[in-house]
Design a protein around this ligand. Structure first.
Ligand code: OOG
Ligand code: MG
Length: 277
């Protein structure tokens, strides 16, 4: 055990190996050529290595020009965990260049093998202290919004282990924020519960899945609290203006052959995109 984690932070690989892995993933993304899992070449790769590789990847992204848009949680529902065979929530970063307009168009050829999934998004009105209580954290949310996420593994066959997917920035590739949305207090005033809103996922006009937001880590608010804590453990915090995706409540759908995708969330409205080859 000790020999697999020689570094004090729990990582086992050197910084130059992290940089090399980050570059391989960035090239895979830019060339739309999925690669072998990093853990196939580095079986000793730990979650701490993966976090360092993901951070190095963001620093490299688009030649260092990527700007922060927020954070995403992944694998926060049983349906998502079962789909990819990884059974732990993960955290990734959202960049401004990943944004796709609501009612906009997604170009499938811009990705390796993209999938799409419904999301609940939080837009933060205030910075959040890593030790803030649950009520305080929810009070920092300006708006809760319906969203879609485009995920695209940079690994072959969309297959990965937990450290692989963390190193690959949790397959983050694109996000859509719809509307009109609602504030947490507005939801309460309307007698709606953030932790139990109906989510309808529609592909080419056909409802392919339905869930309650209760499927997300005991509710999206709980997911947000767990993000605040895990970022806090890494010396990071959520800030005003950050967008946060809570993680899909249902399995993702491959974009191949799809023309239109829509999510409708009870009390929040809807988000949609067209898909082109
Ligand atoms: C990992 C990303 C998971 C979610 O909402 O669960 C995710 C993947 O499925 O490739 O974004
Ligand atoms: Mg997601």
């Amino acid at each position: 055990m000790g020999s697999a984690q020689p570094n004090r932070d729990g990582s086992s690989l050197a910084a130059d190996v992290h940089a090399h892995c980050a570059l391989a993933l960035e090239q895979a993304r830019l060339q739309r050529q999925p690669i072998r899992q990093l853990t196939a070449d580095h079986p000793e790769l730990q979650v701490a290595d993966a976090v360092a590789i993901a951070a190095a990847g963001i620093a490299l992204r688009n030649g260092g020009a990527a700007t922060h848009a927020g954070w995403k949680l992944g694998l926060t529902s049983r349906a998502k965990m079962a789909q990819v065979g990884v059974f732990a929530p993960i955290v990734g970063r959202l960049c401004q260049d990943m944004r796709v307009d609501d009612h906009g168009t997604v170009q499938r050829s811009a990705y390796c093998h993209p999938r799409i999934e419904p999301e609940i998004a939080f837009l933060l009105a205030r910075d959040i202290d890593p030790n803030a209580g649950g009520a305080e954290i929810l009070a920092a949310v300006g708006m809760v919004l319906p969203g879609l996420e485009i995920i695209d593994s940079r690994y072959r066959d969309f297959r990965f282990t937990l450290p692989d997917v963390i190193a690959d920035n949790t397959s983050a590739a694109g996000f859509v924020v719809g509307g009109p949305g609602e504030s947490p207090s507005g939801l309460r005033a309307r007698g709606l519960e953030l932790g139990n809103l109906g989510v309808i996922f529609e592909v080419d006009g056909v409802q392919v899945d339905f869930a309650s937001t209760a499927a997300i880590l005991d509710g999206p608010a709980h997911a947000l609290v767990s993000l605040v804590r895990s970022l806090g453990a890494e010396g990071q915090r959520l800030r005003a203006g950050d967008l946060v995706l809570a993680g899909a409540p249902v399995a993702a759908v491959p974009l191949a052959g799809v023309r239109h995708v829509r999510v409708m969330v009870e009390g929040l409205g809807e988000a949609s995109v067209r898909v082109e080859d």
